[in-house]
Design a binder for this molecule. Structure first.
Ligand code: AMP
Ligand code: MG
Length: 411
């Protein structure tokens, strides 16, 4: 057993991942499951929407000119020749002195150029009496008023919102080209681990890392492959790291330099161990490497370290592979520190903090094994390596764990 000879800076690792995690190829994704996916190509409309002039009101399609001069005291009567319903147009023409009953969304018959709304009409005996004039084009939705054929409607890189998918449906798209989601193989190692859902017993603890990682991978758009908890046995870990079909391998536990920490050596043997040991707290025993064309993240087993190393390295890479932004996905707030944060120059710190009455307090029990510190926290503050710490009263940026603002943090 030997300690780490030297540790690299977080920025150096991030730079490496910037060049090695690039968007995957595209795949056609069924329209009904593409919300939240990232478009791989620009989308242009192949249809006008609407493709026909349509009524924006329930009322009567007329020649606007026919209604000029109409008022409540001096109504104008037009002969009603038929009806146009959504999907069931009237086949004839509107001629002078005539009108066609129309419903919202129904095609405007030929000859008509306006719709008088039902509220100012009274129909009786085959005639409609109109008590208000309507100008030509009024209450008529023109062809292409929503989307013009040929228009660029969504750009490559767009993360599809629900309404985006609706728009794609409206222009007749069936399966847009989206960036493929990265497939992730979790390799959870530790002889002491019981599967989630068990009760802790004697020296055995329940695996919580894979539970956290599963949710983080899903947040970041990855697709988790099936996995099991593995013992600290090199031949078994070796096989798991070589898992076919994965774009990314995330190993939890056994990433350091202990006698039971096999993964770093195995990655070096099977491919390259590009980094091992990073100047940060927690998570310094993190390793990053490549096996074939898969990125491998060796995350320490300590739950806070595991979470933090994921957030710094695996998360941004997964998002980048899936065509998303590498930026922290957290909502951010700037607030003053209620107590100073101590760090060390040359080291990046991930400090769990609580936000209370608009002030930021670092959480005292903050060891790498104390998962409850992340539960008690509202978010974290990153202390960059240039700083020795952050003074009481200094404004700091908090990456919030929730989308909602904690009490007293409102801007
Ligand atoms: P390791 O990185 O394997 O040396 O583990 C460091 C610490 O994290 C030990 O106390 C382990 O028992 C604990 N640990 C390892 N894996 C997990 C896991 N999947 N869930 C919770 N704790 C873990
Ligand atoms: Mg272990």
């Amino acid at each position: 057993m030997r300690g780490f000879a030297e540790r690299v800076d977080v920025e150096e690792v991030q730079l490496f991942l910037r060049t090695h995690a690039r968007p995957l190829e595209s795949e056609a994704v069924d329209l009904l499951s593409c919300a939240g996916r990232v478009l791989a190509e620009d989308v242009r409309a192949e249809f006008d929407v609407p493709g026909f002039a349509r009524s924006a009101m329930d009322g009567y399609a007329v020649m606007g000119e026919d209604t000029f001069g109409a008022s409540a005291y001096d109504t104008i009567a037009l002969e009603v020749r038929g009806e146009s319903l959504p999907g069931k147009p009237f086949s004839g023409r509107v001629e002078r002195g005539t009108a066609i009953r129309v419903m919202t969304g129904a095609p405007i018959p030929e000859g008509a150029d306006a719709v008088v709304m039902a509220e100012v009409c009274e129909e009786r005996g085959g005639k409609v009496e109109i008590s208000e004039p309507v100008a030509p084009h009024k209450n008529v939705g023109a062809i292409g008023e929503d989307i013009r054929v040929g228009a660029l409607v969504l750009r490559a890189g767009r993360r599809l919102r629900p309404q985006d998918v609706g728009l794609l449906a409206s222009i007749g798209v069936r399966a847009p080209a989206c960036v493929r989601r990265p497939r992730v193989q979790l390799v959870v190692t530790g002889d002491e681990l019981l599967p989630a859902g068990s009760q802790p017993a004697g020296p055995r603890i329940v695996d919580s890392n894979s539970v956290v990682l599963r949710a983080l991978v899903s947040r970041d758009g990855g697709e988790l492959l099936p996995f099991e908890i593995l013992p600290d046995r090199p031949e078994i870990i070796r096989e798991a790291i070589q898992s076919l079909g994965a774009d990314v391998v995330i190993v939890s536990g056994g990433s350091s330099v202990g006698t039971e920490d096999h993964a770093p050596r195995l990655v070096a043997e099977l491919g390259s161990l590009d980094f091992h040991g990073i100047s940060m707290r927690p998570s310094s025993p993190t390793g990053i490497g490549r096996v074939d064309d898969r990125l491998v993240f060796l995350l320490p087993g300590n739950p806070v370290s595991c979470l933090c190393a994921y957030e710094f390295f695996a998360g941004p890479s997964l998002r980048a592979l899936g065509g998303r932004s590498r930026e922290w996905p957290h909502r951010k707030v700037r607030l003053p520190l209620a107590r100073k944060i101590s760090s060390a120059v040359g080291r990046t710190d991930y400090v769990r903090v609580a936000v209370d009455h608009g002030k930021v307090t670092p959480i005292a029990t903050a060891g790498a094994s104390i998962l409850s510190s992340t539960v008690a926290a509202d978010g974290c503050v990153i202390v960059p390596r240039e700083l020795e710490g952050m003074a009481e009263g200094a404004d700091v940026e908090v990456l919030l764990y929730d989308d909602e603002l904690p009490d007293g943090a409102a801007p």
